[in-house]
Design a protein around this ligand. Structure first.
Ligand SMILES: N[C@@H](CCC(=O)N[C@@H](CS)C(=O)NCC(=O)O)C(=O)O
Length: 230
């Protein structure tokens, strides 16, 4: 049985969304955020304390975009992967990597220095700079969508799930108000997918069943006193 450790709306949502797009069986284990402070038992499974942690037998993965790629290829029949023979293969890999390294990373700086840090440690200018960085990098998404509904290969792929999560995080951070109309339309399209909606429902249901709080990981409240922010 595949197992996914997940915090509400954290980057592990990429893997959850993929699993729901694929419709394959898995077990979802919900954790309070941040697990290193609020679910310390988890450190035995992942010393980094981060989610996702995804296991499939002896396979163990902690990078959300890599898990999207793994699942798309492992369940190739679902059509969410792009094969090495496809001329879009390079673009597909580029989007998968860009989703976290370029589009999520600057948002984590905004999250931290605008929302999570105690007031005296907040850095409004740093947050504003990285907001601009993120919005600047989104120009790549806008350009890719000029003649296409999806990012690559002329169809919905794991790359759209990985990049779609970066747009979800932007919405949590209220950066979506600066999306171009093309990016906003793409984001609207992604949110209509059954897999996306199911992933939201499942994380809520599972949180209730497993007595985990329902607020999103980036719930925009500072960490409580005593929880180190790195
Ligand atoms: N590059 C990793 C980042 C994983 C990561 O940092 N996850 C965050 C949640 S979005 C986390 O678990 N943070 C908890 C902490 O820093 O203690 C990925 O894409 O999965």
């Amino acid at each position: 049985m595949m197992v996914l450790h997940h915090c509400m709306s954290a980057r592990s949502f990429r893997a959850l969304w993929m699993l729901e797009e694929l419709g394959v069986p898995y077990e979802l284990r919900m954790l309070e955020f941040p697990p290193r402070a609020r679910a310390r038992h988890f450190l035995q499974e992942n010393p980094l304390g981060t989610v996702p942690l995804f296991t499939d037998g002896d396979v163990r993965m902690t990078e959300s975009a890599a898990i999207c790629q793994y699942l798309a290829t492992r369940f190739n029949g679902a059509g969410l992967a792009v094969s090495t023979e496809d001329e879009s293969y390079g673009a597909y890999l580029n989007w998968l990597h860009m989703s976290d390294a370029t589009l999520t990373f600057p948002q984590t700086i905004v999250l931290r220095y605008r929302h999570f840090e105690p007031h005296e440690r907040r850095q409004p200018e740093v947050a504003a700079d990285y907001e601009k960085w993120f919005l600047g990098r989104l120009r790549a998404v806008d350009a890719a969508l000029e003649h296409e509904a999806f990012l690559c290969a002329g169809r919905f792929t794991a790359a759209d799930v990985a990049v779609g999560y970066a747009l979800l995080l932007a919405q949590h951070l209220e950066l979506h108000t600066s999306f171009s109309s093309r990016v906003q339309s793409y984001w609207d399209l992604l949110q209509q997918r059954r897999g996306y909606r199911r992933a939201h429902e499942i994380q809520l249901d599972s949180a209730r069943q497993q007595s985990v709080s329902l607020t999103a990981a980036p719930d925009l409240r500072p960490f409580p006193a005593g929880v180190p922010s790195v």
